[in-house]
Design a protein. Sequence first.
Length: 89
Amino acid sequence: MSRIDDHGYLKVCAQLASCLTISIAAAKKKIDLACASKGVRDISSRKKIAEKLLRDAKKNSLKEGDSITNQLDNLLEALAEDENFMVED
């Protein structure tokens, strides 16, 4: 697919990537797959599908309670007994 320079579309792609904590390229690929399944090729329809995916992603993150970033932060916290642990070379 050719490069798309529409600022609004790129902004929605970036917001979707941020919401899903994935790269912008992965977010664009996700949008491309959704557009391909619906047979959409024009930029205005692609932007509408991207906005719908963004709304769905935000709705899912609010429904789950904890966002993905909070879950990752909780997993990466050091336990009290592991705080001073060092790995030797």
